[in-house]
Design a protein around this ligand. Structure first.
Ligand code: ZN
Length: 338
């Protein structure tokens, strides 16, 4: 917390459109902003901008198309593309890393910092592209993700567990946080005891906020969901007693002890739903999707959200589908050494 800031600036989060259209930027304190990646819908995926003494770092990239909103945000803050020193990828799922090659092309002085398990896929994205195409089909994949450029390996820094980086005087600590994916790290912004958590601290859409209290839920996306690791990674983050977490989906949340407890419960509830339906036969994925939809709707309503049920379902629909697919995959492979 920077005590030289007025109280309103410390507490508040100012949102404004960064250009005509749907792009928008949310400014927090300590030089952190969330730039909407304009991925699928506004408010779904954020690219976090960290500013420190005239230099910029970006956490996650959205897709190749997201770079336009980042350029606008940089310009508004009197930063040039050459001022971007780092692009951090919390993990290499394409809603986080699909734009990495394009970003590195547009930001000539940037280094790409990625988990050791993810680095080679940034140099040669063929496998990432192929697996995403099997999920989306080629036409849909091209529409959502566009072209995916490879990254020059000489510009990549691998960040193993415990890696430290001095971002223009701002100390950052990288922690290996499996559970959502095995190529996932979280970044501790040590001066402000805040984490950039990618998907490790789950998802929290601002539409579900009730009196500034957030609703947070886990993401069990295919193909590396590991519940024991997800619990352990959450505990590890909380052992640093962080004040805030910046989630790619979407933006800053507080109340972390409360949300960590809710995340533990909801991870268990996801696993319980999967185990309950384990022997459902060929209709299992559909049953699991239905079950998770009801589970999350129920929890959003308990949280106090006053949106109509169909709007809540719409906002959750993509994640319910991905979570069901991830649990289906987990049921098929649990116990295997992968
Ligand atoms: Zn992910």
């Amino acid at each position: 917390m920077n005590n030289s800031l007025p109280a309103a600036a410390q507490m508040g989060a100012e949102t404004y459109p960064s250009s005509p259209g749907t792009q928008s930027v949310t400014d927090y304190d300590n030089g952190v902003s969330a730039i909407d990646a304009d991925y699928l819908r506004p408010g779904l995926a954020a690219i976090h901008l960290i500013r420190e003494n005239g230099r910029a770092a970006l956490v996650d990239t959205g897709t190749s198309a997201s770079v336009a909103g980042v350029m606008n945000a940089l310009r508004e803050k009197n930063l040039a593309p050459a001022d971007v020193a780092y692009v951090f990828l919390t993990h290499i799922h394409l809603d986080h890393a699909g734009g990495a090659g394009e970003f590195m092309h547009q930001f000539p002085n940037a280094r790409l910092v990625v988990h050791p398990r993810g680095a080679r896929h940034m140099v040669d994205p063929a496998r990432l592209i192929a697996s995403a195409m099997t999920v989306y089909g080629e036409a849909e994949f091209r529409r959502i993700y566009g072209a995916i450029r490879p990254v020059d390996p000489s510009r990549i820094i691998e960040a193993p567990d415990g890696f430290r980086l001095d971002f223009n005087g701002r100390p950052l600590l990288f922690l290996d946080t499996p559970g959502h994916a095995r190529h996932h790290y979280c970044i501790l912004d040590e001066r402000y005891r805040s984490f950039f958590t990618g998907d490790t601290f789950g998802i929290s859409y601002r539409e579900f906020d009730v009196d500034r209290m957030e609703f947070v839920f886990p993401t069990t996306t295919p193909v590396q969901f590991d519940p024991a690791a997800a619990h352990a990674s959450l505990d590890r983050l909380m052992s640093y007693h962080p004040s805030y977490a910046f989630l790619t989906h979407f933006g800053r949340i507080g109340h972390l002890p409360r949300h960590a407890a809710e995340m533990h419960d909801l991870i268990d509830a996801h696993v319980a739903a999967a185990l309950k339906l384990r022997d459902c036969g060929p209709g299992r994925l559909a049953a699991l999707t239905e079950e998770l939809g009801e589970l999350l709707l129920h929890h959003v309503l308990i949280h106090g959200c006053k949106l109509p049920d169909h709007e809540i379902r719409n906002l959750l629909e993509l994640d319910v589908r991905l979570n069901a697919q991830g649990l289906e995959n987990w049921l098929n492979h649990a116990g295997e050494t992968r």
